[in-house]
Design a protein around this ligand. Structure first.
Ligand code: SF4
Length: 286
């Protein structure tokens, strides 16, 4: 198995910003750790590259605490989503972060958003034991050569991670981006069939490819009808299938209509802030 490319110093992760929700009744935060072991052609995250400031867990927790106090007063955080980039690049950093979010600032729920490549059985169980609640696993493609072409890495460890997550009984869901002619309806069906062999109750979401946000416009945006077809195909195997857009706060834009929008504040390492607005996260099909 090829070793992932890692661009972090031990004990540090580069962090470009953290993002707090302002419209949710219960405060939530997204912690974006930069650097990734995949090189997805359609990646829409600036955090695929090493961007931001190097932070220790202690420095990051202090920053989260200070930012939450500034915007939410004494209200404890309901949820922290650890995302990227890829949060699992430095296992010890991730463990320490989860532990500190739970113990030091008493975050109620902690979600990990990951490509799954570095998740083994042991690390999944350890993360659960120290307080991780939810995992969102991306399966980019079932076909190995498509996965290699799109991400630069094998999908074998990712498929194994799906089984480890199920075995751990963590609350987990899987997402795939529908990319016409690359990861199409048939490929979504193959992923759903694979997941159903583990458990037909696994939650699965089909996401729309958004060429406007992608690094390489490898294909076009699928229509709502194509998303519905993919959802219908996956639903032949799985009981909980939805269709929609990716993480909405990534797509904040000034053109979003205020009355439909959600608001977040993005806090940078120098404590400069930016309020961002985004439309709700697409339609749900169940
Ligand atoms: S795994 Fe996620 S962050 Fe990494 S390159 Fe792929 S889409 Fe980007």
């Amino acid at each position: 198995m090829p070793m992932p490319e890692t661009k972090y110093e031990h004990g540090y992760r580069y962090v470009p910003f953290i993002t707090l929700s302002l419209t949710e009744p219960k405060p939530r935060i997204w912690i974006t750790l930069s650097g990734c072991n995949f090189k997805c052609k359609g990646c829409f995250s600036i955090a695929r590259d090493t961007v931001g400031e190097p932070m220790t867990v202690d420095g990051l927790i202090n920053w989260v605490e200070k930012s939450n106090r500034a915007y939410n007063g004494n209200t404890l955080l309901e949820e922290a989503v650890i995302t990227g980039g890829e949060p699992t690049l430095d296992r010890d950093f991730l463990m320490d972060l989860v532990l500190n979010l739970k113990m030091r600032i008493e975050v109620k729920h902690i979600t990990l958003s990951t490509n799954g490549y570095l998740l083994d059985r042991k690390s999944v169980m350890e993360l659960k034991d120290i307080g991780l609640d939810v995992v969102k696993l991306d399966i980019k493609a079932y076909n190995e050569s498509t996965h290699q072409w799109y991400t630069g890495m094998s999908n074998r460890p990712v498929l194994k991670a799906a089984r480890y997550l199920w075995e751990s009984k963590l609350d987990f869901r899987v997402e795939t981006v529908l990319m016409p002619e690359i990861v199409d309806v048939e490929e979504i069906e193959r992923i759903a069939s694979f997941l159903a062999q583990i458990d037909p109750g696994i939650k699965y979401k089909v996401i729309k490819f958004a060429p406007g946000e992608a690094r390489e416009k490898v294909t076009r945006r699928p229509s709502d009808n194509e998303i519905q077809l993919a959802v219908n195909s996956a639903s032949k195997y799985l009981r909980n299938v939805a269709g929609g857009k990716a993480c909405v706060q990534q797509f904040a834009s000034p053109e979003s209509r205020e009355e439909e929008a959600k608001k977040w504040v993005r806090v940078y390492p120098d404590m400069k802030t930016e309020t961002i607005i985004a439309k709700p996260g697409g339609f749900e099909v169940s």
